[in-house]
Ligand binder design. Structure first.
Ligand code: C5P
Length: 232
């Protein structure tokens, strides 16, 4: 599995997203469809983008009882996405059920990765709201190991955690990392950030980049710069 740049298409309608992708003409970047676009445009947007020849990471972060997750994953695998995800918080039986649901009759399945702790959750809220008293790093690595035990392919994490995840779960275990900014760009609301080159040095397998590309004056040039810095 090669390193790649995934564009976070955080738009609220199909029209806006497709107008954005039109700018790429012959190029077919790997795109991430999150809850905003999926709930706004429905599953047809996945089919439309797939028909245009893009790879798709469907970022819906499933977390429910194992049977519901299994059946929902079966629907997502029929949408022919390339990568999707769930919350490791749902525990190992839920993750195992997800793999079962996602696996097609021919034995193939999309890449499945887990969200460990959302990067918006800090240690203080883990203690006060969730009664989790362990340090956040330990919780993240434990959830990553659970995902590996359940048979998942990797985790979403900060590029700053990619090395530790590879140490704990092996180099073949994928790290898909948001929180990427150009050295001369706006940071926005992201806190723990790295540049595409930094993410490469830290061992990220895929970087997820939204606003530095979607809000750029020239999104295609921004995307190409990301690919050049991250993939080389
Ligand atoms: O615009 P920006 O580059 O910050 O977009 C990052 C994308 O990655 C967004 O779609 C955001 O929801 C997602 N993401 C994140 N941090 C996480 C998990 C997902 O920024 N921990």
């Amino acid at each position: 599995m090669g390193k790649d740049v995934i564009i976070a298409c955080d738009f609220d309608s199909a029209e806006k997203c497709l107008a954005f992708l039109d700018k790429f003409e012959g190029k077919k970047p790997f795109v991430k469809i999150g809850m905003e676009l999926f709930y706004g445009a429905g599953p047809d947007i996945v089919r439309q983008i797939k028909e245009r020849g893009h790879k798709i990471f469907l970022d819906l972060k499933l977390c429910d009882i194992p049977n519901t997750v299994k059946k929902s994953m079966a629907v997502l695998s029929r949408l022919d996405v390339d990568m999707t995800n769930l919350h490791a918080f749902g525990t190992i039986p839920m993750m195992e059920a997800a793999i079962e649901g996602l696996t097609r009759p021919d034995g193939t399945r999309p890449i499945l990765i887990a969200v460990t702790q959302l990067t918006s959750t800090d240690e203080a809220h883990m203690k006060s709201d969730l009664l989790i008293n362990e340090p956040i790093d330990k919780v993240v690595m434990h959830y990553a190991q659970n995902a590996k035990v359940a048979g998942l392919d990797g985790v979403v994490c900060s590029p700053l955690e990619a090395g530790k995840v590879h140490d704990a779960c092996g180099n073949g275990f994928l790290t898909v990392t948001p929180g990427v900014r150009f050295s001369d760009g706006d940071v926005g609301d992201q806190k723990r950030i790295t540049t595409p080159e930094g993410a490469k040095a830290l061992g990220s397998d895929y970087i997820v980049v939204g606003r530095p590309i979607t809000a750029a004056e020239d999104p295609v040039a921004a995307y190409e710069r990301c690919v050049k810095e991250f993939v080389g």
